[in-house]
Design a protein around this ligand. Structure first.
Ligand code: AMP
Ligand code: ZN
Length: 489
């Protein structure tokens, strides 16, 4: 089985070759712990959990190291500490905010069926040199200054972007363009508008650490350069996060890490999940559609009842991780019904000893969870319940109790006794539901637009196998390529 992953850096899907198959290393940017995580934050957590599971399957549980950090130093945290605990000394107030929020986060993502990463380091423990000698932020900044990649100005230490010839490679933003454009405000003390802060001074009311540049605190990006090097080394395999992090966060992590260590790459594969919006709109507090994971799990705000965490997980995984997701109550209802049916059918069924090959094949194709979920529908239609159970376990669907605790609207009323029948009947057109077929058509259209004809042909053949014939054409109004389908008779 060959794993292929889309790399934002090279902008193509490539065969994944780990640096060391005995220790495959992945870093994913984690939450800033000042408030409940929202449902958008759950997306990278779930997506990279599936990748973690797949890597463990391929290389062995003991041969994958997954690091997801906790950002517990940030101005938003200070603001929250001052607001919520005005009577306490700042450090104590900050600790209360970050501990409470981090605990909440762990509980939320556990309910979503995610495995704990191998290590979850906290940024504040990596600011100053450590007794165990693991990479820390102050030492990294000193290395950057020593190598001529950083300079002090007005109490700050700044990264000198012009000192790195290929700064901007990940996001495709060239330094020259950024100078010409008036988008980045020019701070007088910066040599170039894209230079960014590595260290800044703290006022007595702000949290701070004593450093060679006075009492201060780290900039936003340096923590990930420190914690990834601390646990994964100077060059590792996979770095992930949401696509909003490509610029500036990941671009700047790369600049810091490569220039401090003198390496050609920080990570060999850069993976970014697409964004989630809510009921067709960007999620924002002002629009009133800002939804936390915790609310979905526990309150009546969204949809009138409690959603089991795995319903949220399925709603996330039925779309390919690079596509946008529209988060709707309707989708949650549908996913609830799907899981109700699956769990009803696999109750008391022993899982097959191996994960079905089609599941592993789809996941190995740049984590195509949309096709994977379609494959699970197919297993159920074919009454391959042992395989379905094995596939569900593999994907992290193991908590039937909470899914079956509430009957979804329109669910079948008879809970059949499980019949563990493994059959290999040819799939029929109903092996995929309408939504899955539409998803495949959309993915194929995307592949065609990207001129990835191998992928688009593969999806066409896959649909043909279940009797769906696709016809490509042009929208008479817009001229845009469109695809219509019919059922083969
Ligand atoms: P933050 O705490 O804002 O740094 O976000 C934590 C993680 O959630 C990052 O990987 C973000 O890219 C990701 N993220 C934030 N908002 C969304 C969203 N609406 N959809 C998908 N991912 C998101
Ligand atoms: Zn990061």
């Amino acid at each position: 089985m060959e794993l292929r992953l889309y790399d934002t850096m090279t902008r193509d899907k490539r065969v994944f070759t780990p640096i060391d198959a005995g220790n495959v290393r992945m870093y994913v940017c984690g939450p800033t712990v000042y408030d409940f995580a929202h449902i958008g934050n759950a997306r990278p957590v779930i997506v990279f959990d599936v990748l973690f599971r797949l890597l463990r399957h391929i290389y062995g549980d003991q041969h994958v190291t997954y690091v997801r950090n906790i950002t517990d130093v940030d101005d938003k945290i200070n603001d929250r500490a001052l607001r919520d605990y005005p009577g306490l000394p700042l450090n104590e107030a900050i600790r209360k905010v970050t501990e409470k929020t981090a605990d909440q986060f762990q509980a939320d993502v556990k309910a979503l069926g995610c495995l704990p990463p191998t290590v979850q380091p906290r940024a504040t423990e990596f600011v100053l040199p450590r007794p165990d000698g693991k990479t820390d932020m102050v030492t990294l900044i000193q290395q950057l200054i020593a190598r001529g990649h950083a300079y002090e100005a007005e109490g700050e230490v700044l990264f000198d972007t012009q000192s790195m010839p290929d700064y901007g490679a990940l996001s495709g933003r060239k330094l020259e363009d950024q100078q010409a454009g008036a988008r980045v405000a020019v701070d007088a003390h910066k040599k170039h508008p894209t230079d960014f802060v590595l260290w800044k001074q703290s006022s007595p009311e702000e949290p701070g650490w004593d450093s060679p540049w006075g009492r201060g605190r780290p900039g936003w990006h340096i923590e990930c350069s420190a914690m990834s090097a601390a646990y994964l080394g100077t060059t590792f395999d996979i770095h992930g996060g949401g696509l909003d992090l490509i610029f500036p966060h990941h671009e700047n992590e790369i600049a810091q890490s490569r220039c401090a260590h003198g390496t050609h790459a920080m990570a060999n594969y850069w993976m970014h999940n697409g964004f989630l919006q809510v009921e067709g709109e960007k999620m924002s507090k002002s629009l009133g559609n800002f939804v936390t994971i915790n609310e979905l799990l526990a309150t009546e705000k969204f949809g009138g009842d409690k959603w089991a965490g795995e319903i949220l997980r399925l709603a996330m995984l039925r779309t390919h991780y690079r596509s946008p997701i529209d988060w709707t109550v309707k989708a949650l209802d549908e996913c609830h019904k799907v899981l109700w049916d699956w769990y009803t059918d696999v109750q008391d069924v022993e899982p097959s000893p191996t994960v079905p090959a089609e599941v592993l094949n789809f996941l190995s194709d740049d984590l195509n969870t949309a096709n994977t979920i379609a494959a699970l529908h197919g297993l159920r239609k074919r009454k391959s319940f042992s395989d379905l159970r094995a596939a569900m376990n593999f994907l992290g669907f193991t908590d039937g109790g909470s899914v079956l605790a509430r009957r979804p609207a329109g669910a079948r009323t008879n809970v059949p006794t499980a019949t563990a029948k493994v059959s290999s009947n040819a799939p029929t057109v109903s092996a995929l539901d309408d939504e899955q077929i539409e998803t495949l058509i959309a993915l194929r259209l995307e592949a065609r637009k990207a001129r990835n004809f191998a992928e688009s042909d593969r999806i066409r053949d896959q649909l043909l196998e279940i009797g769906v014939v696709l016809k490509d054409g042009k929208d008479p109004q817009t001229g845009e390529p469109i695809t219509t389908r019919e059922i083969a008779r």
